[in-house]
Write a protein that binds this ligand. Structure first.
Ligand SMILES: Cc1ncc(COP(=O)(O)O)c(C=O)c1O
Length: 505
């Protein structure tokens, strides 16, 4: 790449990288005050911390939050606050926690068409549900397939990173399989071929987060039965939304316990059931399997523990918040939400496809999708959308999937599709006339050269090139994202970890 472009990029970023300490008034970075502050002062200061957050209440945020609208949110919050202090550590002390958890699991089981044998637990989110499913499969196989000493899970590359985290935590090797480059669905034949005598679990998603498409669950279920392996369907985002869509008569492939071979599922309440965080469900085909999720210990001077999932002490707030919103909206309420969200999603996807140079990937079934550009740097689109107060989520290049922008719709953002499309059109017009765009191909070449020259020592140069300063929070992300996009996975992970390690106290 020409030195000119790099200089321009580096100079450009210098002025747009505010330092964290400049953004937060110094008195707020202080230590514990000796004299306490008044309630008003405390709450005012807390409110001021949000000054630089993306304003999720605006409905202009297409990811990260799931906003059911003010009235439903109020009910969920009230329910949440009423159970904030109740502790799920011991439901013999708080039988209310047993009631809440069994109700939530029963509702999820019914929606996901589990039979009477299907059981489950609530967890703090999709990641904990997935950690539990992998740990359960590992320990089930330790008991039933003791020949397995090097456990593996077969994992489509489109599956959520939480599975990689589970592998890393629990000493399991992920065996990655590909996907169709047009539909972005996991390749069932590749899953079959990747199964070995060490396989403890195979995985598919309904849908995968990135492109929002449902994997071929029936085909993978048949493989699980044929090969006698456990099969987890990750329906963290889709579990509730897709089930309601199915009940409303939408034509969807089967993705739940109705599919023979499915042995466990995850479904997050804090996503498209619109519950406040942190709450998800993990469900199992039967109690014999769930047995291996539990952890009991009475080998210390401490009280005995019997934990269903990873957390021990846990607030009842998320459980009650979820129970409140499910019962407040009821099935008819969710149907109303879905009708609005699905029609807004279609309008958004059609609008994106109508913009020259932008294209939606695959054929997403629910309310999440991603789009690419063969003309513009998508990371710059994200930054410019943010300047226009719309938040869209960048996703990196992976294999045959180019860098793209992800959209998750919810009840609140469904009202902002026209505005977002208008902002997108303005953004591409601006980029058409921009003379200092960040050229992804140039960045890629330059990054490759640096990595080839310096190997692991390239970190400092790469951080400089990306404009990453120690302890600072970036204002604009296009350059950082462009550099990260070009890096080999391991180096990107290392740099991000180092950056995080330096940024937090
Ligand atoms: C398909 C899928 N699985 C798992 C997760 C992890 O969920 P959480 O962020 O609640 O841990 C996500 C998060 O978006 C997801 O989309």
């Amino acid at each position: 790449m020409g030195g000119h472009t790099i200089n321009k990029i580096e100079n450009g970023m210098e002025s747009t990288m505010p330092d964290l300490s400049a953004m937060i008034p110094p008195q707020l970075l202080s230590t514990l005050p000796f004299e306490g502050k008044s309630k008003d002062a405390v709450l005012d200061i807390l409110a001021s911390f949000k000054a630089h957050d993306v304003p999720w209440k605006s409905g202009r945020m297409f990811g990260f939050t799931y906003d059911p609208g003010e009235d439903a949110m109020d009910v969920a919050y009230d329910g949440y606050m009423r159970f904030l202090t109740e502790n799920g550590l011991d439901w013999t002390v708080f039988p209310s926690m047993h009631k809440l958890e069994t109700d939530l699991v029963a509702i999820a089981r019914e929606l996901l068409r589990g039979d009477k044998d299907v059981v489950g637990s609530c967890t703090s989110g999709g990641t904990e549900s997935i950690l539990c499913a992998v740990k359960t499969a590992r320990d089930y196989c330790r008991a039933h397939k003791p020949h397995i000493t090097r456990p593996e899970i077969v994992l489509p590359e489109t599956a959520h990173p939480a599975f990689h985290k589970a592998c890393s935590y629990f000493g399991v090797t992920p065996v990655l399989t590909g996907y169709d480059p047009d539909t972005f669905r996991a390749d069932a034949d590749a899953i079959r071929n990747a199964i070995t005598e060490n396989t403890i679990l195979i995985v598919a998603s309904a849908p995968g987060y990135a492109q929002g498409v449902i994997d071929p669950i029936r085909a993978v279920g048949a493989i699980a039965l044929e090969r006698g392996v456990l099969f987890h369907v990750d329906a963290c985002v889709g579990g509730f939304h897709l089930s309601f869509m199915r009940r409303m008569g939408h034509d969807l492939p089967d993705f739940d316990f109705s599919v023979p071979g499915v042995t466990s599922m995850s479904a997050d309440l804090h996503k498209y059931a619109y519950a406040p965080k942190n709450i998800s469900c993990v469900l199992y085909k039967n109690r014999d399997l769930r047995f291996f999720q539990y952890f009991a210990n009475r080998r210390t001077t401490c009280y005995a523990i019997i934990n269903s999932a990873v957390l021990s002490s846990k607030s009842g707030g998320p459980y009650a918040g979820a129970w409140a919103i499910l019962n407040y909206l009821g099935e008819s309420g969710y149907r109303r939400v879905i009708e609005k969200v699905q029609s807004a999603t279609k309008k958004f996807m059609d609008g994106v496809n109508a913009i020259d140079g932008l294209r939606v990937l695959g054929n997403p079934e629910m309310c999440m999708f991603s789009f690419v550009s063969d003309r513009y740097n998508v990371f710059e689109i994200a930054d410019r959308m943010r300047e226009k107060k719309f938040y869209v989520q960048p996703q990196f290049t992976h294999g045959v999937t180019p860098a793209n922008l992800h959209i998750s719709m919810d009840w609140a953002s469904a009202d902002h599709v026209d505005g977002a499309l208008q902002a997108l059109r303005e953004t591409v017009n601006e980029l058409d006339s921009s003379t200092d765009s960040i050229n992804l191909a140039d960045i890629r070449t330059h990054v490759r050269e640096l990595v080839a020259q310096l190997g692991p020592d390239a970190e400092t140069a790469l951080r400089e090139m990306a404009g990453i300063s120690d302890g600072g929070l970036p204002g604009k992300l296009a350059l950082i994202n462009s550099v990260m996009d070009a890096l080999p996975d391991e180096m990107a992970e290392y740099i991000l970890t180092n950056y995080m390690n330096q940024t937090f106290a």
